[in-house]
Write a protein that binds this ligand. Structure first.
Ligand code: ADP
Ligand code: ZN
Ligand code: ZN
Length: 740
């Protein structure tokens, strides 16, 4: 017997190994085995077993099998194969994404030392200077526990000092488990009485019927913001539970959708597991085990939760299905969790619900083709009306007031004032973080740049530094001189959230203002804290990036202001208008969800723009139909399959010549295939690597299931990918969501 083994390396080859006598009985397709590979021992997956050996060279033998490791269910194994094929990724890498090795090890939870002062002690004359410093600091905290690691500034090994202090009876040490409980990573929700209205009941009945039938049933739930989609999810999960089956709920970026997680938690308690990037290794391993052995039957989480090892799956929900965080851009496999969800529901023969107030155009099109059942909630729940929208033309406003770079228009300011008086809440969106996205030398005009990315650095007032939003490079302002004239006089152009925050605080000195963006939310607990305070009415104005534009349900928000609606419109990506529309529409949906009618103020420099116009009228269907016509004319999805082949390397000439060499050797070009490039990417340099791309569009008219495009890519790139040596790299992006 021989085994084909796939190794978690980025090669498409599998390797043949012989099977030693003692292992013959225990090996299965999907088993994890240890094999010799070069001088190393690596862990691989058996992808097939054969009686005959087709390999001519010197055969090595499998060393061992890890039979304690669970083998994936047949369904998940099929999914791994599909991912490997569809995303053109070696099966070893696809497998590792579905079942990362680290999940199977028992990690012990991270332990952290805490210390506190023991009251009532007198003598400490025999303390060394460092002991004394630390002791004083501990005593200042009275009898509260504080982290020992805080004293790293005083001593490189503070625990030794604390132990010495403990021996003297001055302090008390304690080890605590660092892992956060589910309570700390989700939002506390209020219990509610639920009475479904007629429209909701209709949706619920259709979904319950599908769930009970246990067949593959794909659905689009298109409900306006505030129509009760989340309440419907909770209701149908109860049905799945009664059938003894499992549910997966995917939500975008958990830290902000924690409010939704909290609502589920309120109903399902410990039967539900949260799966997100902030879990520690030990929590991950434990959660995985609980799901795998069926202890836990409901999972709610970000994109990788789609791989939860549930058996007997009854339902998959993809909330905010249009959200781009469902796409894994790197590393490979570069999968889209929504598409994986559709495939998994086919394999598992279960119900899948894609839900959004602003579906992706692809999903909208699939419903028009009748591939999905269309379920709709056309009204907000209860008496909540849709908000009134006002558009402010910032060009007119500049002319009238003689002021340039207006951040808050007169109208928006007036409306904020009114909310502050009436004790209602305000949400402000500016989809750009930092203080100023472009900083110029006031003396010679040179822009402060990240040399590694050929892009302007953003000034951050918090931290007083310049940051590259592409590679993360940071330089401190006091160290930075103009690269041309060495001046330190800079002018701060453009507007990020921190600038808005500063201005709001100045304009409304008595208002309580908070900001949420990627800088403020380094950990999810701080974000949850801010949201909790907002719910408790301790914050008047919440401002932030797109992170706060979706999913939140706060009935006291009666005003949403979009500071600059045009941001993002001019990115050279065929989806930029779709995204802008979704952002405005979603943000508007946060206003007036309670008893009081909401208002929205959209500020723009481009009042005639079609996107801004359609979004301000909250007219979705007309706009979507227009977008479909445009995409059809330009052969973009959903009328074609698109792939992006990305070439990267440190030497611009070498990367370009690699890309053109491959382009010139293309073979197997077919009718309906359009080839663009190679051309430099919009972000042409990232982290000292030059980037070029070739875009392939394959018309669905000629290539209904994208098999032609897949086979074209396999033929033309895989071999090169395997052959490339040195520092150049080729990345294959199937259905990319970013074209820049
Ligand atoms: P969506 O997810 O569509 O934005 P939500 O589920 O958040 O909508 O519903 C909006 C608000 O209306 C929430 O506060 C929700 O609890 C409430 N709501 C929706 N449906 C019902 C219902 N049937 N009974 C009581 N409250 C409801
Ligand atoms: Zn200068
Ligand atoms: Zn950079």
């Amino acid at each position: 017997m021989f085994a084909e083994v796939s190794l978690p390396i980025s090669s498409f080859q599998t390797f043949t190994y012989s099977i030693p006598e003692n292992l013959k009985k225990s090996l299965l397709v999907g088993s994890r085995v240890k094999v010799p590979f070069g001088a190393r021992k690596v862990s691989g997956i058996i992808v097939s077993l054969a009686k005959k050996n087709s390999f001519a060279g010197n055969l090595k033998s499998i060393i061992d099998v890890d039979d304690k490791m669970p083998v994936l269910s047949n369904e998940l194994w099929k999914l791994v194969n599909w991912i490997s094929h569809y995303y053109i990724t070696p099966i070893g890498l696809a497998y590792n994404t579905v079942l990362p090795f680290s999940l199977l090890i028992n990690h012990s939870p991270r332990q952290v030392w805490f210390v506190r002062h023991l009251a009532g002690h007198k003598t400490y004359e025999e303390l060394s200077p460092k002991q004394n410093l630390i002791f004083e600091a501990i005593r200042e905290a009275s009898s509260k526990y504080i982290k020992v690691s805080r004293f790293k500034v005083i001593s490189s090994n503070p625990i030794l000092i604390c132990k010495a202090l403990e021996k003297k009876g001055l302090v008390e040490l304690k080890k605590r488990n660092q892992d956060k409980g589910i309570e700390e990573t989700s939002f506390k929700s209020l219990k509610k009485n639920i009475f479904f209205n007629e429209e909701q009941l209709k949706v619920i009945n259709i979904l319950k019927t599908a769930i009970k039938l246990g067949i593959h049933s794909p659905n689009l739930l298109h409900g306006v913001t505030g129509s009760g989609k989340t309440e419907i999810f909770i209701e149908i999960i109860k049905t799945v539970k009664k059938l003894g089956k499992c549910s997966i709920v995917l939500i975008p970026e958990i830290s902000l959708t924690s409010q939704i997680a909290g609502r589920f938690k309120q109903v399902f308690g410990d039967e539900m597991a949260l799966w997100h990037s902030q879990l520690s290794k030990s929590q991950r391993a434990k959660t995985w085990k609980d799901i795998n052995d069926g202890t836990c039957k409901i999972v709610i989480g970000a994109r990788s939760a789609i791989f939860s090892p549930m058996k007997n799956l009854g339902l998959i929900i993809v909330d905010e299905e249009h959200d781009s965080s469902y796409k894994q851009d790197s590393p490979s496999p570069r999968y889209h969790a929504r598409d994986v969800a559709i495939m998994r529901s086919k394999i598992e023969k279960c119900t899948v619900v894609l839900s959004s107030a602003t579906p992706s155009l692809e999903t909208f099109y699939n419903y028009k083709l009748k591939k999905y059942n269309y379920l709709t909630l056309s009204k907000r729940y209860g008496d909540a009306l849709y908000p009134k929208v006002r558009v402010v033309d910032l060009i007119d406003e500049s002319k009238e007031t003689g002021k340039y770079n207006i951040i808050i228009s007169g109208l928006l300011q007036e409306k904020i004032e009114k909310r502050l008086i009436d004790n209602e809440q305000v949400l402000l969106i500016q989809n750009r973080r930092g203080f100023s996205p472009t900083v110029k030398c006031s003396d010679c005009g040179t822009v402060v740049m990240c040399l590694a990315c050929k892009t302007p650095l953003t000034f951050h007032k918090y931290g007083n530094n310049f940051k590259c939003h592409i590679c993360g490079f940071i330089s401190f302002k006091n160290l930075e001189n103009c690269s041309e004239c060495f001046s330190q006089n800079f002018s701060y152009m453009g507007t990020g959230t921190q600038k808005v925050e500063e201005l709001i605080q100045k304009t409304f000195p008595n208002a309580r203002v908070a900001r949420i963006d990627h800088d403020s939310s380094k950990n999810s607990s701080s974000t949850i804290k801010v949201l909790q305070e907002f719910q408790d009415g301790e914050i008047d104005i919440l401002l932030g990036t797109q992170m706060i534009a979706k999913g939140l349900d706060f009935p006291e928000i009666t005003l949403v202001g979009i500071i600059n609606a045009d941001l993002g419109l001019h990115i050279p990506d065929f989806r930029s208008s779709e995204r802008t529309f979704q952002l405005i529409y979603q943000a508007a949906g946060r206003s007036g969800r309670g008893k009081k009618r909401g208002e929205v103020v959209i500020q723009t420099y481009d009042k005639e723009n079609l996107v801004i116009n359609a979004a301000s009228k909250l007219n979705l269907k007309d706009y979507y139909n227009n977008m479909l016509t445009d995409r059809n004319t330009l052969n973009y999805p959903p009328y074609s399959w698109v792939s992006k082949i990305e070439f990267l390397g440190p030497n611009v000439k070498s990367v370009f010549s690699l890309s053109s060499r491959i382009r010139n050797k293309f073979f197997g070009i077919y009718k309906g295939l359009e080839i663009l490039g190679p051309a430099p990417c919009f972000k042409e340099k990232v982290n000292n690597k030059y980037r070029f791309q070739i875009i392939l569009k394959s018309l669905k008219k000629y290539d209904s299931n994208s098999e032609k495009l897949h086979s074209f890519i396999s033929k033309n790139f895989i071999e090169h990918k395997n052959q490339i040596t040195g520092s150049n790299k080729i990345n294959i992006h199937i259905d990319p969501i970013s074209m820049i």
